[in-house]
Design a protein around this ligand. Structure first.
Ligand code: SAM
Ligand code: SF4
Length: 474
């Protein structure tokens, strides 16, 4: 049986590609307005940026240039992704942990946190509660512990997929769990996971060592940095990167993320599917060091710059951020958010939405129910989507049609997103949300050219509304 803690074999491309002196030197450089504009123009032609070009954008402090970066990020997001926002929910399955990450309430030295691992019946109850709210996509989250080895995680994934509630099921299960060996990654891939996600937390070596004790598994920087390469070699071609912003200089972390994305692209022919950029949040028993706190203004910049640097990578904005920040930052290029999230173990079956810091990993900033978020997205002109068509038709990794085929978004993604939105409002929405979202669907239909594609979509939407046919996608 594979174990997250047993093998230490690295990938065939394992190398510490974070060349700190080079990155720090890039961050010292000034950039002229002309250089910044040239880089913006390159990204608007949808070409991924180099690390040096990304540093040029990071050097732009002048408010007028920053505004140009924002403007370009909004435009690129519209051009590449359209106005869809994909929704998911986190499902925490176990918070036992052998690591001692300074910023996290689950760290082993925190005796105050309530430890719990959900059993199969409890997992099923959580999934039923999530399905009853309309969720279709989950990310399963685990601490790092011998209990949570790859076989165990694979079993959890299968358990989630097997739950049926009325005519609904979870259609995509992603995983955020400790780095595994090749065998472990192959096992969770075989269980049908979508994205395997892991955050480097900080790419800065001294900071990494400071917040992750050397005596713990997570203290091994290279083991973690190399995780996604091992995942690729084990056949997992859909991976997510991330950094925890607030541990070190945000500009350095952006260069770390871009370096990591380029490393994967170079060696495995595919970049990361997603990048996450959580900001540090208060957590039980954690004294937050404010030295590298990322202000809201800088947070907006980092999201916009990431959008321009990696045009074909989805950006995930989590409910750690308050609702107002989420609303503003969405326009800069975010493609996925979680909503209606609860991160205390077992909380989806509990009434109310009050947070309990002794039971969660950190405090969330946006605890609005899914229905409220759906309504706000639709009234702000977005199409909230639960679409999973590409993964289920095998259109992933190198094959990602979304970007490879001209017109794919217009012809496939938007119609599929609208079908999932119609399912949501017919089956789960409040009256108010139903009305707002129905108007959004109509507005999107009005934009589409008449013809057989539109007619087929209108027919699918009618079937969803009038019958119990579900999961209709192309
Ligand atoms: N235990 C696994 C790991 O560390 O990779 C699974 C993920 S952990 C439960 C999910 C992520 O939460 C971490 O990678 C970290 O970036 C983030 N996190 C931990 N403490 C946080 C805090 N105080 N504020 C915001 N995010 C935090
Ligand atoms: Fe454990 Fe992950 Fe928290 Fe670190 S961040 S203490 S590994 S749960």
């Amino acid at each position: 049986m594979s174990s997250v803690l047993s093998s230490t074999k690295l990938s065939s491309t394992a190398v510490d590609f974070i060349d700190e002196p080079v990155l720090e030197a890039l961050l010292q450089r000034n950039a002229s307005s002309e250089e910044v504009r040239d880089v913006i123009a390159k990204s608007l032609s949808k070409e991924p940026l180099s690390v040096g070009e990304t540093a040029t954008l990071l050097a732009a402090d002048d408010p007028e240039l920053v505004e140009q970066i924002f403007h370009a990020a909004r435009q690129l997001k519209r051009d590449v992704y359209g106005n869809r926002i994909v929704l998911f929910a986190p499902l925490y399955l176990g918070n036992e942990c052998t690591n001692d990450c300074q910023y996290c309430a689950f760290r082993r030295s925190n005796r105050a946190v309530v430890r719990r691992t959900l059993d199969e019946g409890e997992i099923e109850a959580q999934v039923r509660a999530l399905l009853a709210r309309g969720h279709k996509r989950l990310i399963l989250v685990f601490g790092e512990h011998p209990t949570y080895d790859a076989e165990y995680i694979a079993q959890c994934v299968r358990a989630v997929y097997s739950v049926r509630e009325a005519n609904a099921e979870i259609r995509r299960v992603n995983v955020n769990a400790a780095p595994m060996d090749h065998e472990g990654f192959a096992a969770i891939k075989a269980a049908g996971i979508g994205t395997y996600q892991i955050f480097q937390e900080t790419y800065h070596h001294a900071t990494y060592a400071k917040v992750h004790p050397k005596t713990t598994r997570k203290g091994d920087y290279l083991w973690r940095l190399d995780a996604l390469s091992r995942a690729f070699e084990a056949g997992q071609d859909d991976v997510g990167l991330g950094a925890l912003f607030g541990l070190y200089d945000w500009r350095f972390e952006v260069l770390g993320l871009v370096s990591h994305a380029l490393h994967l692209q170079k060696h495995y022919g595919v970049g990361p599917h997603t990048i996450s950029f959580p900001r540090l949040r208060p957590a039980a028993g954690v004294a937050l060091d404010e030295t590298y706190r990322v202000s809201d203004a800088d947070f907006k910049r980092l999201v916009a710059i990431l959008r321009l640097a990696v045009p074909y990578t989805g950006l995930i904005l989590t409910a750690r951020e308050p609702a107002e920040v989420r609303r503003e930052v969405l326009a800069f290029g975010v493609s996925q958010i979680d909503a209606g999230s609860r991160i205390e173990l077992g909380a989806y079956t509990e009434p109310g939405d009050a947070q309990c810091l002794e039971r969660e990993q950190f405090e969330l900033g946006d605890i609005r129910p899914l229905d409220d978020v759906m309504r706000e997205l639709a009234s702000d002109g977005y199409i909230p989507s639960f679409c999973t068509a590409c993964y289920r038709l095998g259109r992933t990794g190198e094959q990602f049609m979304e970007f490879a085929i001209p017109g794919f978004i217009q012809n496939f993604c938007t119609p599929n997103a609208l079908s999932t939105l119609m399912e949501y409002i017919v089956d789960y929405a409040s009256k108010e949300t139903y009305d707002v979202c129905l108007r959004r669907i109509q507005a999107e239909l009005d934009k589409m050219p008449d013809g057989p594609r539109k007619q087929a979509l209108v027919d699918r939407l009618r079937r969803i509304r009038e019958t119990d046919q579900r999961d209709l996608f192309i």
